[in-house]
Design a protein around this ligand. Structure first.
Ligand SMILES: Nc1ncnc2c1ncn2[C@@H]1O[C@H](COP(=O)(O)OP(=O)(O)OP(=O)(O)O)[C@@H](O)[C@H]1O
Length: 281
């Protein structure tokens, strides 16, 4: 079995005059959690839909779990899990009925009761899905996405509408799936989600990948200048420096004890991301 889950070369897609994907290359290894970031309309969903076999490409090579999604059949599809951007229709069925029902579609499903517990819906298992809140309904989507025990899971903005606690629970679910070896392709607008979950991140702007790397080192982040800040009776001070340890050592000689309100920061992933988007738009 190949170590590569997803391989994309020179992918192109237009909608009429709109160039949605403009020569994307992408490699995702098996077992990796890969995040696609980008502003609205950048081409993330189109890319994911092509990888899922839901949309035809105009040009380029695509291989997902060793097959071309444009022609692959049902056996291939059963190895994928999907949480699409648009939520599953609300229904008269209860959560339990729905999860048990969909389990029949897969050759080797997870235990439906275990999945309900995994997504934190045990207390709502007998509620009709139309009576669930937006965030709870999204958890049903996630339950259906992981039900088939997928080798590769697509998550398109999975935590939109989640409250902070639900997002944390979801993150631990994703980490568990990743630990079990599931490859995950995530699109999101939440930078903290990327930092918490992703091994690697690709930033896509106007249909092109403009940066690729680990969240901690993306676009030279780890080598970027640090900012040392502190406060005195004169007011707030800050210095940008490549040698923050030295600055702090010098400052500590000037103060008797603690340096007031000392902080040392490097650019956040959000700073780096906004810089990348600004440079390419
Ligand atoms: N079915 C369609 N018909 C015509 N144009 C489309 C269609 N789907 C997407 N587009 C256009 O293609 C471009 C890429 O859209 P896409 O949905 O892939 O972006 P995205 O990165 O997923 O955005 P978002 O973060 O808003 O979900 C946008 O300019 C969009 O308007």
């Amino acid at each position: 079995m190949s170590d590569t889950a997803v391989r994309v070369r020179e992918l192109r897609k237009r909608y009429g005059d709109v160039v949605a994907i403009d020569g994307v290359d992408l490699d995702i290894a098996r077992g990796e959690v890969f995040a696609l970031l980008g502003p609205n309309g950048a081409g993330k969903t189109t890319t994911v839909e092509i990888l899922e076999g839901h949309r035809r490409r105009d040009a380029g090579e695509v291989s997902v779990l060793g097959e071309d999604p444009g022609v692959a059949g049902r056996a291939w599809r059963s190895r994928l899990g999907m949480v699409l951007q648009s939520a599953t229709d609300a229904a008269e069925m209860t959560v339990r009925e729905m999860v048990h029902h969909y389990a029949h579609y897969y050759p080797r499903p997870r235990d439906p009761e275990h999945v309900i517990e995994l997504v934190g819906l045990t207390g709502k298992a007998d509620a009709r899905t139309r009576n669930l809140s937006g965030g709870q309904r999204r958890r049903v989507d996630v339950a259906l996405g992981v039900l088939g025990n997928p080798e590769l899971l697509f998550l398109d903005e999975p935590t939109t509408g989640f409250d902070p606690e639900a997002r944390r629970q979801f993150w631990s679910l994703i980490s568990r799936l990743a630990d079990e070896g599931t490859t995950i392709l995530l699109t999101t607008h939440y930078l903290d989600e990327v930092e918490a979950l992703a091994n690697r991140v690709g930033v896509i702007v106007q249909g092109k990948v403009v940066a690729l790397g680990e969240p901690s080192t993306l676009a030279g982040r780890s080598q970027a200048m640090a900012t040392v800040s502190w406060t005195t009776a004169d007011g707030d001070h800050s210095v940008k420096t490549a040698t923050p340890t030295q600055v702090v050592a010098e400052l500590s000689g000037q103060f008797d004890g603690e340096i007031p309100e000392l902080t040392v920061t490097r650019p956040s992933l959000e700073d780096v991301y906004l810089g990348l988007i600004g440079d390419h738009s």
